[in-house]
Design a protein around this ligand. Structure first.
Ligand code: PHE
Length: 343
């Protein structure tokens, strides 16, 4: 047996020495040490041997295996280096100075960046983040928000209806009612999400956009709390004092209701297509939650009051980054999106 091993050793070393290419070395490795290789086959005889012989034979075979592996590896790297040299000198088109394959890293969408920032501000104030369905029930989108079937306020929020009677939500306000029903009072939540309207599109209107709803309900919550939170929010988002104005605004689900307008940052208030030449951008409708809405949410309006707001996330992103056309944001044009990325 021992003789067999030394014969195999001599023959193998000879062949390794003579190998002319890295491919040949690999073939040899398989032929000698592979699953059905010569050495492997030899080891199968082990089981028929007496214990002493088996020990000795096993040891020698293992040594040979290690030895051959070392030789094969050395020969392989020697020949592969040769392969490169050969292809370089043969003038073939192997250019080691060519740049490698570039993998592009993704980047966050401007709306996502703004959303995350606002989430950080509100969670810091103890608000929870909640969610709601984009395909919403008519009840939550309208009825429970004090907008009954034939109310003219429905006209302002024309939307897409689904065959099963649901609709694509026109605002994130349905999340108010869902949150009240689920968690009761007191309540501090925000609900960011995608909304839809049947709009003709222009520089500041899209059929798909993002809002962030906010709601705070507790005993003795007043307009003062609302104004404080809104001011804090905007100064954090813009990192500076922003010019705002409050106008009365009508929304059936708040009483009183306000429109908080932001001085247009694209034109500095002079007037441009983004602000419809008014110098102001409607950014933040808000108000005190209507008693009917509290009741729909299962909360007693005699005991609790609250405020709610619907921040236009898409508009805010446009203001923050100076994007003058809303359509860019849904275009999927990477050249536009990548500029704002924080990776
Ligand atoms: N949901 C309203 C809209 O989209 C905005 C709003 C939210 C107004 C909360 C008041 C309070 O037009």
């Amino acid at each position: 047996m021992i003789e067999k091993i030394s014969m195999l050793r001599a023959a193998a070393l000879d062949k390794i020495k003579q190998a002319a290419s890295s491919g040949e070395v690999e073939e040899l490795r398989v032929r000698l040490l592979g699953k059905k290789g010569e050495l492997t086959e030899m080891l199968k005889d082990l089981k028929n041997m007496a214990i002493e012989e088996r020990k000795q034979f096993g040891q020698e075979a293992n040594e040979l295996k290690n030895e051959l592996t070392g030789f094969l590896e050395a020969k392989f790297s020697e020949l592969s280096a040769n392969d490169v040299k050969k292809s370089l000198s043969s003038g073939s088109s192997f250019d080691i100075s060519l740049p490698g394959t570039q993998f592009k890293l993704g980047s966050l969408h401007p709306v996502t960046i703004v959303q995350k920032e606002i989430e950080r501000i509100f969670t810091g104030m103890g608000f929870n983040i909640v969610d709601g369905p984009e395909a919403e029930e008519e009840f939550y989108n309208f009825e429970a928000l004090n907008i009954p079937k034939h109310h003219p306020a429905r006209d302002m929020q024309d939307t897409y209806w689904l065959e099963n009677g649901s609709l694509l939500r026109t605002h994130t306000s349905p999340c108010q009612v869902r949150a009240m029903q689920k968690y009761g009072a007191p309540l501090k939540v925000i609900a960011p999400g995608r909304c839809f309207r049947n709009e003709s599109t222009d520089a500041s209107h899209e059929n798909t956009f993002f809002q962030l709803e906010g709601m705070m309900i507790d005993k003795n919550v007043s307009i003062a709390n609302l104004i404080y939170v809104m001011k804090l929010l905007l100064s954090e988002v813009f990192n500076r004092d922003v010019k705002i104005r409050l106008r009365p605004g009508f929304f059936p689900f708040v009483e009183p209701g306000f429109e908080l307008d932001l001085n247009c940052m694209i034109c500095g208030g002079k007037g441009c297509p983004t602000c419809k030449h008014s110098g102001w951008i409607e950014l933040l409708p808000c108000g005190m939650v209507h008693p009917n809405v509290l009741r729909y949410g299962g909360i007693d309006p005699e005991e609790y009051t609250g405020f709610a707001f619907g921040l236009g996330l898409t508009r805010l992103a446009m203001m923050k980054y100076g994007i003058s056309d809303i359509r860019v944001l849904n275009s999927g044009d990477l050249r536009a999106m990548e500029q704002f990325s924080v990776r």
